[in-house]
Design a protein around this ligand. Structure first.
Ligand code: FAD
Length: 426
């Protein structure tokens, strides 16, 4: 690959936009084409379930880069045009408008689609899914006309949507088939705390509630649950996860992960085909912290993989990926997480706040084999930043001191680091 090799980016979203910027930042002078199926220039998705859902005035404020960026950087945007097939051997992409683009290297940054609930597939009357800016605008319009909303799914997206709807004055019911919220991402004690908080803010929670049958009627959807109970809903949002968009990759014969369905990439975001890379929600990568290959569906991971893929395309060394970090805003809580959950992690609280506190602030710190592996901060993002020196590092945690909120966190972190340094010197 030379500095003038033409590069095609498929997908004008978070990873695509960040990769394009990184390529130019690293001095790539060749042609860069970014083809995107949506009609919008790349925008940030996290606000779609938060500020954008409540306020149409935010729609124009979520661009990944300023609108002049692409022309200034000589990045060709082909918007509203899907790539329909990749000929990996000839290094040619076919587009929906009948045109073709030859490339020296190609990045698949195709994201994913909202997972469909078979009983209420996308397009069903009164039923919404939330993945794109257009989805958010349609849902916002419907929410502004509705008095109530049923959210199906108690993950981050469902909870954020419920929180925004409640703040807009809607009567909200959230239905989750598991018996707790965010079961895979949060420890049970925090899931239970959050459930109490959600209820205290007026949202009706129906946990452990499997949908047995749905009937779409003129004025709404009639839902029946496994326990025989029924719920009429004038407006429904389905938020039950993401399916990676891998049709192009599959068509080109690229290796996909047998369980999570993502495009398999190595630590440099290289797929199984030469000259094709992948980044963001569509790809599956080994995560050392988890000891497993997985898809990380997060803003930070899309950015990190885009940076690493861009460097790999140009044959430039890149810093390894930063520790996984994720945030969500809901029910008056900014929750930030460093590291990740694991069944063997044991958690302890640093500080505590009642679930109905106006501004709760505390942390949950999770250790495994005496090392800090997962830190969760509720309205305490500043404190979380200090823990970057410990999470994921081979430093003994001394949980009792870390959780003693009469001690300044900075002091305890320094102690832990000093102990680790001295043990290395000895
Ligand atoms: C409502 C919502 C709220 C979120 N909130 C948070 C949050 O609070 N914190 C957090 O960390 N993360 C959050 N996320 C996740 C985060 O936004 C995603 O992880 C991130 O956008 C992934 O970026 P991506 O580039 O992989 O995919 P995307 O941003 O989805 O971009 C993929 C693009 O590729 C296009 N595409 C697909 N196939 C083709 C094709 N064949 N040809 C051309 N174009 C194609 C798609 O149309 C899409 O525009 C949220 C996501 C959503 C939807």
């Amino acid at each position: 690959m030379t500095q003038h090799t033409p590069i095609l980016i498929v997908g004008a979203g978070q990873a695509g936009a960040m990769a394009a910027a990184a390529l130019r930042g690293l001095g790539h002078g060749g042609r860069i084409v970014m083809a995107g199926g949506e009609r919008h220039a790349p925008y940030e998705r996290p606000p779609l379930s938060k500020s954008v859902l409540a306020d149409a005035g935010q729609d124009g404020k979520i661009s990944v880069h300023p609108s002049s960026f692409y022309a200034d950087q000589g990045i060709e945007l082909r918007l509203g045009t899907c790539v329909t097939a990749l000929d990996a051997a000839r290094q040619v992409a076919h587009l929906a408008d009948g045109s073709t683009i030859g490339y020296g290297a190609c990045l698949l940054a195709t994201g994913g689609n909202a997972r469909a609930l078979p009983a209420l597939p996308p397009g069903t009357l009164h039923v919404h899914y939330l993945r794109s800016l257009d989805d958010a605008a349609r849902l916002r319009d419907a929410m502004q006309r509705a008095g109530e909303l049923v959210v199906i799914g108690g993950g981050f997206l469902g909870l954020e949507t419920a929180s925004t709807a409640a703040s807009m004055g809607l009567k909200v019911t959230l239905v989750e088939s598991a018996d707790r919220l965010l079961g895979r991402a949060l420890p049970p004690e925090l899931g239970a705390w959050l459930a109490d908080r959600v209820r205290a803010q007026g949202v009706t929670l129906r946990l452990g509630c499997g949908i047995a049958h749905c009937e779409v009627q003129g004025n709404g959807v009639q839902m029946r649950f496994d326990d025989g109970s029924a719920l009429p809903a004038a407006l429904v949002v389905v938020a039950i996860g993401l399916t990676p968009e891998v049709a192009l990759a599959a068509g080109a014969g690229l290796a996909l992960h047998p369980q999570n369905g993502g495009i398999q990439v190595d630590e440099q975001c290289r797929t199984s085909a030469p000259s094709i890379y992948a980044a963001g929600d569509c790809c599956s990568q080994y995560q050392p912290l988890f000891g497993a290959e997985m898809r990380l569906e997060s803003w930070q991971s899309a950015n990190e993989q885009a940076r690493i893929a861009a460097a790999a395309m140009l044959g430039v060394a890149a810093e390894p990926a930063a520790l996984p970090w994720f945030w969500t805003d809901q029910f008056g809580c900014n929750v930030q997480m460093l590291g990740a959950a694991h069944p063997e992690i044991r958690y302890a609280w640093r500080g505590f706040a009642a679930h109905d506190a106006a501004a709760p602030k505390f942390m949950l710190l999770g250790t495994r084999h005496g090392r800090l592996r997962h830190a969760i901060a509720v309205n305490a993002g500043g404190d979380l930043r200090q823990l970057r020196a410990l999470v994921g590092h081979d430093v003994s945690a001394h949980l009792a001191r870390l959780c003693d909120d009469t001690l300044p966190l900075r002091q305890v972190v320094r102690e832990r680091q000093a102990e680790a340094d001295s043990s290395i010197t000895l």
